[in-house]
Design a protein around this ligand. Structure first.
Ligand SMILES: Nc1ncnc2c1ncn2[C@@H]1O[C@H](COP(=O)(O)OP(=O)(O)O)[C@@H](O)[C@H]1O
Ligand SMILES: [Mg+2]
Length: 336
């Protein structure tokens, strides 16, 4: 499991449910709760933040709420007909069994919680790119290939592709994920994998077109799961968002566009002088205990945290056309 600085590990624990706490990821705490004869998983998105596979000793106010509400938005408003992991409640059309639990356990922060069916999640990240950039770009420049597929040569960074490119990676418990060819994924996963690749491509294409109409580009995104859509869905933690306006300017100016995510923190992290003979957290190894200790002791400047909150809230508003508070109220993701 990810190593979490102790100040932020317990940031969003639910005291009344401690006996059910099942696991803690970089951002989410998972509770395995009794549910009739079976159980349900409560996914709680904290305000924790990670860059370059290190969890930082900082919280970004409202980040977990944005991740929760945006996932809820895509799954219930845009793709209600596709198979997803949300527990469906007859009582609450939005589908939030966490509400039922709230009656018994009053300390559940509904605005951070999704009640889901536990599903098997293969050890691969389903990454799709409608624009060429990110972690596959260097290799593309060197070889003309990405995800094992040949692309047109000489494309500038963040150029649009005619359709999403599937560039999976392994899903590492600790340390960095490793990019692999689509073929490697398909060989390992068989027919189930082929169906998953197609399903997620369909979702991303539809989401890309939806966002584009609102002036937003989803440059790339990552899904988890195979038969059903699990985990978070098209959020600023799993995707790179920018505006069409800034993307157009960035392409002529030869720079990265503005990313509506934790990019301010990444930029800060890349400039940190380390005692290990290099500059930047991105050069460190999340499996090295000394490196982890060093990163966990860093303090992220308040203005960088504030800018990050603003970017998360801004992209939520741009995509959903709704203020986060209104969305939560209207969808029972918050109960006074
Ligand atoms: N429906 C589900 N069933 C089982 N596990 C899930 C489901 N949805 C998400 N998960 C897992 O819950 C964890 C969420 O915690 P997170 O902090 O995002 O972890 P990570 O550090 O791996 O990104 C992930 O390991 C994710 O794969
Ligand atoms: Mg995750």
């Amino acid at each position: 499991m990810a190593k979490i600085p102790k100040n932020v590990k317990n940031a969003a624990l639910i005291p009344s449910l401690m006996e059910y706490l099942f696991s803690q990821g970089k951002v989410r705490d998972t509770y395995k709760l009794p549910f009739g004869e079976k159980f349900l998983l409560l996914l709680l998105a904290s305000d924790r933040l990670s860059i370059f596979d290190f969890v930082l000793n900082a919280l970004v106010p409202r980040k977990g709420e944005v991740l929760t509400a945006l996932t809820h938005f895509w799954l219930t408003k845009i793709f209600p007909e596709l198979p997803n992991h949300l527990k469906k409640s007859g009582m609450f059309p939005g589908g939030n069994y966490a509400l039922d639990y709230k009656e018994t356990f009053s300390d559940i922060p509904l605005e951070r919680c999704l009640a889901v069916n536990s599903v098997n999640i293969p050890d691969y990240e389903m990454i799709y790119r409608h624009h060429i950039g990110g972690s596959v770009f260097k290799k593309y420049q060197e070889t003309g290939m990405a995800g094992g597929q040949k692309l047109e040569k000489g494309l500038p960074k963040w150029s649009a592709l005619s359709k999403p490119l599937f560039t999976p990676s392994t899903k590492a418990d600790e340390g960095h994920d490793i990019n692999i060819d689509a073929e490697v994924y398909l060989k390992a996963m068989g027919a189930k994998g082929k169906a998953a690749v197609e399903m997620f491509e369909t979702i991303y294409t539809a989401a890309y077109n939806y966002a584009k109409k609102r002036g937003i580009l989803i440059l790339d995104t990552k899904f988890e799961g195979d038969e059903v859509i699990a985990d978070e869905v098209i959020t600023p933690d799993s995707s790179r968002f920018t505006t069409i306006d800034d993307w157009e300017k960035a392409m002529t100016e030869g720079r990265d566009p503005i990313f509506y995510d934790k990019e301010p923190v990444r930029q800060w992290g890349k400039a940190i002088e380390t005692p290990f003979g290099s500059t930047g957290i991105h050069k460190l190894d999340p499996e090295n205990a000394d490196h982890v200790k060093f990163v966990h002791e860093l303090e992220v400047p308040a203005e960088i945290i504030e800018e990050t909150t603003n970017r998360y809230l801004d992209i939520f508003q741009k995509i959903t056309d709704s203020d986060l508070d209104d969305y939560q109220k209207n969808n029972q993701l918050k109960v006074a």
